[in-house]
Design a binder for this molecule. Structure first.
Ligand SMILES: Cc1cc2nc3c(=O)[nH]c(=O)nc-3n(C[C@H](O)[C@H](O)[C@H](O)COP(=O)(O)OP(=O)(O)OC[C@H]3O[C@@H](n4cnc5c(N)ncnc54)[C@H](O)[C@@H]3O)c2cc1C
Length: 459
């Protein structure tokens, strides 16, 4: 960006919504991944018109623009890989409409996930995806990454709730996709094209979301198993039983050991644990499902079964799973945290495969994740100052992605491709699919100004 470009951006958004101070540029070099690159300026647009004007300018002057929400991407999605302007949407944070009769809300992209939940809860409704970063991440970021969460197995992911969007295309044209109807099969599904497009096809400036009545009752239980195989069989039995738990989380032996030794948690010295929640609109519904789960655990040889009897006990059972990532992170200064996903029947193969791969490189690692939808989080701890550890962590990642795809899985169940998984796209998508994605990118963004360098689309 030259001085004229910077001045033009400042004129569009106003001096109070523009910065090229070193402290802001350094801050905007990062997200929650271990990638970084410094932008040349940052702007906080407050209207769709401002976003459109900036993108028209960027096309005329050919500088890169990286849309950004809260910057919690774990994939380098908001790292401005080729410099240019960071377009931070957090000041477009109004909730524009709540319409309970139509079961929908209309929001600007910078609304924080938790703030929307707080507004909906007293009315008995929610927007269910529930990403673990919900206290800070934005709805715009959720839509752009198709975020999921701990309740995905029962309630799906962001995509399942997006009815309509307002999008500013890379050349500055503003378009509306979808409709406010619960059903619509009119034309191509452009809404779905933009959901999960990670800021490379357009800037999302307004979102119409379907909302759901909040379940009123839930039951929570944790079970431990002597072997991973037993836990895997319990998961399979739950799938066969017809029960759809709202939460079904798994922790491997390394996670349990780290939580015991580093986190000081009172957990049994076992090789696998499952955390299960069932829910419903009546206590009877939640109980009926949990009774079936408990029966499966007993028959499956669970070593311990802890059933929460109070809200405090629910919190106590959740504590281990919630602290798993941060406690393991203490083992080394850096970590690689992935979100590979396979069909549920392949979970045991993925779990044992990941262990075999990472043990071979001698790095500490843990695996936990959402057994209910086949999404695992292998987290490998390493020290970036040691070149051998860096090489090894990348070799381990290469093998984990290859294994996942060979099991019919996907590189990313929720974090997105960004920079982190761009080199692996060919493992999952055939040459024709990749070329189709690149053609769509070229069609909408011929000058490649919007979030360049991401998703392996820059050819
Ligand atoms: C501790 C932690 C826990 C997490 N847990 C989960 C989890 O459970 N489930 C999950 O899915 N993810 C999780 N994540 C990843 C991350 O929080 C999600 O991807 C989230 O949806 C990103 O929201 P954000 O507002 O931070 O977006 P950002 O990180 O700012 O942006 C993410 C991507 O979206 C694009 N983008 C953002 N806003 C717009 C917009 N308005 N228009 C176009 N593109 C845009 C960006 O360019 C970027 O590519 C976690 C991250 C952390 C750090």
């Amino acid at each position: 960006m030259n001085a004229n470009d910077k001045q033009a951006v400042k004129d569009i958004v106003g001096a109070e919504n523009y910065s090229d101070s070193l402290i802001d540029l350094v801050t905007y070099s990062y997200d929650a991944s271990d990638h970084d690159h410094r932008p040349e300026a940052a702007a906080w647009p407050t209207t769709t018109d401002q976003v459109a004007a900036i993108l028209r300018l960027a096309n005329a002057s050919r500088f890169p623009v990286t849309p950004r929400g809260a910057g919690t991407s774990l994939a380098g999605g908001v790292v401005p890989a080729q410099g240019g302007l960071v377009l931070d949407l957090v000041r477009m944070n109004r909730i524009l409409a709540v319409n309970i009769v139509d079961r929908q809300v209309v929001v600007e992209p910078g609304v924080v996930y938790a703030d929307l939940q707080k507004l909906l809860a007293p009315q008995g409704f929610c927007f269910p995806p529930d990403p673990a970063s919900g206290k800070v991440c934005t709805i715009g970021g959720n839509v752009a990454t198709n975020a999921g969460g701990i309740r995905g197995a029962k309630y799906g992911v962001t995509r399942d709730y997006v009815l309509a969007l307002e999008v500013v295309l890379p050349d500055g044209r503003v378009t509306r996709t979808g409709s406010r109807c619960m059903k619509s099969v009119s034309g191509f599904d452009l809404t779905r094209l933009f959901v999960g497009s990670e800021g490379v096809l357009g800037v999302i400036t307004e979102i119409t979301l379907k909302i759901s009545p909040k379940p009123l009752a839930s039951r929570t239980c944790q079970a431990s198993f002597a072997t991973l195989d037993q836990a895997g069989r319990a998961v399979t039995a739950i799938m066969h039983s017809g029960v759809v738990p709202s939460v079904l989380e798994i922790m491997d032996q390394n996670t349990i050991r780290v939580l015991r030794e580093k986190g000081g948690m009172d957990l049994p010295p076992v090789n696998a644990m499952l955390l299960v929640e069932t829910d419903g609109y009546t206590a009877g519904e939640a109980d009926y499902q949990m009774d079936r789960v408990l029966e499966i655990f007993r028959q499956g040889g669970a070593q311990t079964i802890d059933m929460a009897q109070s809200a405090d006990q629910v919190e106590a059972l959740w504590a281990a799973r919630r602290k798993a990532g941060s406690t393991a992170g203490q083992l080394r200064p850096y970590n690689l945290s992935e979100d590979v996903t396979v069909p549920m029947s392949q979970l045991p193969a993925l779990l044992t495969g990941i262990a075999g791969i990472v043990e071979g490189y001698g790095l500490p690692f843990v695996v936990f994740g959402h057994a209910g939808d086949g999404n695992l989080h292998p987290k490998i701890m390493y020290d970036r100052r040691d070149p051998e550890q860096v090489t090894n962590v990348h070799k381990a990642a290469d093998e984990i992605f290859a294994l996942t795809c060979s099991l019919g899985g996907t590189l990313t169940g929720e974090h997105g491709v960004g920079l982190a998984k761009a080199p692996y796209m060919h493992l999952e998508h055939d040459a024709n699919a990749l070329e189709l994605m690149r053609s769509i990118k070229r069609l909408l963004d011929p000058n490649n100004i919007l979030n360049p360098g991401k998703m392996n689309l820059d050819v």
